[in-house]
Design a binder for this molecule. Structure first.
Ligand code: AMP
Ligand code: MG
Length: 419
């Protein structure tokens, strides 16, 4: 057997090779109430001004500002109230001199009115009220179009729909929202040592934790996945399952079998599929053997079987690729800078990604490992909200150094209330 020589590439280049792939998902529509987390497929243009009419931001009285000229504490001016409207109502009255309309928050200003006197700024009289100061034109008025004008692009194609975007879509009457489809994903755990979660343990065997973990990582992005039967380390049957999964899905994620061991069949499978291998060696730890390939318009992610490496590979390569396929404008991982709270004296030629806990302590963000951190570790993943990034090189890192941190969750980021 000849050992293929693998050329490690930098992590950033590996991510870019993934996101540079021209695999795109088609457009569809989703119900507004299901749209959160989808990527918008069209610019949304305002079809009317917001606010749509001059309206009152307070409960009070709509007046003509000119009628308040000269008012002061010594010379209060009296107004007569000729109508009373709440939000949603429109007054049919037109204001004449020293007339006012009682108006509630959100109601349209009546004709002739150009200012609102807050209730607290008035003293009630039999006919209406008096006020003690002059009001300028449009004082206390939410002006038509002050937030958004007709034809403004209010949401951009490629933006991820968050709650605010949902509110904007509702404002403009989109019950059905144009979005890009989410990918359909198949997940295949490979390894003759693997047992299913409900199987009793046997000598030499371990339970498949990667499959459920990948399923959960996808679910967090609102993506369903099909979990295939665990595959033994066998070339023919594994190839057959990968082929089936490729027919049924846009993305096939395998875990395990990407190294150069005697029973690592994924490299042979990529060869058999005549897949375009984007890379099969990344200058990172863990997961240097992570392999990404494309075949028949299907993304093949060959993640390492080591749980920490598998997790890291998902965050670094799968997730950005998914968002890129979905047409997202932004798809790179979120990085912050934090103060390292532990020494990492041993230099490493490859960039290290350490499952970590990042916390804001009221002044700065600090970061430390979330537990035992070998590539086979699984518990530390559960306690992490981030991965600290220790670039490869000839020197180690000491407590107090600033390092980049890839955020994976917002949970636990703030352990106390710093507000
Ligand atoms: P491999 O990438 O196949 O060389 O596997 C690397 C290590 O990860 C080995 O110790 C495997 O037993 C372990 N491993 C492989 N697949 C899984 C899995 N699905 N769940 C948990 N551990 C795994
Ligand atoms: Mg294996």
């Amino acid at each position: 057997m000849t050992l293929e020589k693998r050329q490690p590439i930098p992590v950033s280049e590996a991510i870019q090779r993934c996101t540079n792939q021209a695999l795109r998902l088609s457009q569809t529509t989703v119900d507004l109430y299901e749209a959160e987390g989808f990527i918008l497929a069209e610019d949304i243009v305002a079809t009317y001004d917001i606010p749509r009419f001059n309206k009152s931001p307070y409960d009070g009285f709509a007046i003509r500002s000119q009628d308040s000229e000269g008012a002061s504490g010594a010379q209060r001016l009296a107004f007569k109230v000729i109508d009373h409207i709440g939000a949603g109502a429109v007054s049919s009255e037109v204001l004449s001199e020293r007339e006012a309309v009682r108006i509630m928050t959100g109601a349209e200003l009546p004709k002739g009115a150009d200012a609102v006197v807050m209730l607290e700024q008035t003293v009630q009289t039999d006919e209406g009220f008096t006020l003690r100061k002059a009001f300028s034109q449009y004082e206390n008025v939410s002006l038509k179009g002050e937030e958004t004008k007709t034809e403004d692009v209010v949401l951009k194609k490629g933006q991820r729909l968050n709650a605010g975007a949902i509110a904007v879509l509702a404002t403009f009457g989109y019950r059905n929202v144009p979005v890009f489809q989410k990918p359909s994903v198949g997940v295949i755990a490979t390894g003759s040592e693997l047992l299913d979660v409900e199987d009793p343990l046997e000598p030499g065997k371990i339970r498949n934790s990667n499959g459920p973990m990948i399923h959960a990582l996808l679910k967090k992005e609102g993506i369903d996945s099909e979990i295939y039967k665990i595959q033994q380390d066998d070339f023919e049957s594994s190839l057959a399952v990968v082929r089936t999964a490729m027919e049924q899905h846009d993305i096939v994620i395998t875990t395990g079998g990407v190294s150069v061991g005697d029973f690592d069949y994924l490299p042979d499978i990529y060869r058999a599929l005549d897949a375009k291998v984007l890379f099969n060696k990344v200058a990172m730890r863990p997961g240097s053997v992570t392999t990404v390939a494309v075949s028949e318009q299907t993304f093949l992610f060959g993640l390492s079987g080591n749980p920490s490496a598998c997790y890291t590979g998902f965050e670094l390569f799968v997730k950005p690729s998914i968002y890129r396929m979905m047409g997202a404008l932004r798809y790179y991982p979120a990085l912050v800078r934090a103060i390292l709270m532990e020494d990492f004296k041993k230099a490493n030629p490859f960039t290290r990604f350490v499952r970590a806990i990042a916390t804001f302590d009221g002044r700065a963000t600090t970061v430390k490992p979330s537990g035992f951190n070998k590539s086979g570790a699984v518990v530390a993943i559960a306690h992490s909200n981030a991965m600290m990034i220790l670039p490869g090189g000839t020197r180690g890192y000491s407590m107090g150094h600033q390092v980049d941190v890839l955020l994976t969750e917002t949970e636990y980021y703030q352990q106390d209330l710093y507000l």
